[in-house]
Design a protein around this ligand. Structure first.
Ligand SMILES: *Cc1c(COP(=O)(O)O)cnc(C)c1O
Length: 385
């Protein structure tokens, strides 16, 4: 590959969906275990551009890393983790993967697509309400893609999930598949284990390279949503170890900051680093009404930001993170003044379809087109109908 830039190598025919040997960045070479292989599943590097948010503190600049456009049906932050997790599944000779998540899990949808790209079957355990657990889950949002690519879906209620937990649920399904002679590979919730953490360690190398070739910009802070912890673990470790040295601010959309610090610490320990989560990342609660639930104010925020900047945030993750960030900028402007911030948009657009009822009263206007009495046709013969 000597003399060929990463960007042009990525454009090579046949490079997408191919397996490549992986070597960690030099500043991460002491972390172990380190993956030796990766599958190219996403469109990287994702762009970074200025995000002209309204009402920023004095001199604050916000830039946005568009991991929401790392793909289409296979998009968002989970792609980066899956590049490593899927390579491991294939290396272990798996013929199917199992993973677990909420009913509109972006991770489950991304996994279902990645699995099919690699000719693996996909089994999803999806958590839903007690009232819906015996009903057809329908085709809204992420479910449409999952079901189109033929993922097998097992529904469990929130109560069952709370009682049994994701690990035992995945184990149960794994045991059944093994008895059927299958070779299942289990991917944990959100793809957040030490192997998945490499996805965002690698994203830091990508950002470092983007900064290098762009000259001027340096980032003081990275802001991102946190749902299962793998993204912030990778970003925090990478930012500290690389030349980036930006402070990582996480906004958690479920559980609480204490839970995530210990989870992130486990991921860091799992890579045999002696760094402390509390020194690497600041975690704030942005859960609001609860996971995947929104206040009218949050939804109005998503709508207003879309209308002001063209950036469509998802209401479950990046919407809550951006809402939390701007709220904190309003209350503590001095903390953010003159800082250059990189907000990581982690994707989740399909989840928006689950919120159409709540969004309908906020959304843009429409009207019946006003046709003047006799508008003569200008294109073709007009004999179409
Ligand atoms: C999963 C997810 C997150 C959170 O990432 P974690 O690594 O699970 O903390 C953020 N945004 C979107 C859109 C996601 O799907």
């Amino acid at each position: 590959m000597a003399g060929v830039s990463a960007a042009s190598a990525a454009g090579k025919i046949g490079s997408f969906l191919s397996k490549k040997p992986y070597a960690p960045p030099s500043w991460a070479s002491h972390l172990s275990p380190a993956p030796s292989q990766t599958f190219s599943l996403g469109h990287f590097p994702t762009p970074i551009h200025k995000w002209n948010l309204p009402n920023l503190p004095n001199g604050t600049e916000v830039w946005i890393k568009r991991d929401d456009i790392s793909g289409m049906q296979l998009s968002g932050n989970k792609v980066r983790k899956l590049e490593f997790l899927m390579a491991d599944a294939v290396a272990q000779g798996a013929d199917c993967v199992i993973t677990v998540g909420g009913i509109q899990s972006n991770h489950c949808r991304a996994t279902a697509v990645a699995a099919k790209y690699l000719n693996l079957d996909c089994y999803l355990i999806l958590r839903t309400s007690k009232l819906l657990v015996d009903k057809d889950p329908g085709l809204v949002g992420n479910l449409l893609v999952e079901r189109l690519v033929g993922a097998h879906i097992d529904l469990v209620s929130k109560e069952e999930y709370g009682k049994i937990g994701s690990v035992a649920l995945a184990d149960l399904l794994k045991k059944k598949l093994l008895e059927e002679g299958r070779k299942p590979y289990v991917i944990p919730v959100g793809g957040s284990n030490s192997l998945g953490t490499w996805g965002y360690i690698e994203a830091i190398r990508e950002i470092e390279h983007q900064i290098q070739i762009s000259g001027d910009v340096q980032f003081d802070d990275i802001v991102v949503a946190c749902g299962s912890g793998g993204t912030i673990a990778g970003l925090a470790l990478g930012s500290k170890l690389s030349s980036l040295k930006a402070k990582v601010h996480a906004f958690s959309v479920c559980d609480d900051p204490g839970y995530f610090h210990s989870y992130v610490q486990d991921l860091i320990d799992g890579l045999h680093s002696d760094l402390r989560s509390h020194d690497l990342v600041n975690i704030e609660n942005a859960k609001g009404l609860g996971y995947a639930m929104n206040t009218a104010e949050e939804l109005k925020f998503v709508k207003d930001i879309a209308a002001a900047t063209g950036i469509v945030l998802d209401p479950v993750y990046s919407g809550k993170a951006a809402y939390g960030m701007l709220k904190d900028m309003g209350t503590n402007p001095a903390k953010w003044e003159r800082r250059k911030i990189l907000f990581v948009h982690t994707g989740g657009l399909l989840g928006l379809y689950d919120k159409v009822d709540e969004l309908s009263s906020l959304s843009g206007s429409w009207r019946r087109m006003d046709l003047e009495e006799s508008v003569p046709r200008k294109d073709g013969t007009g004999k179409m109908f």
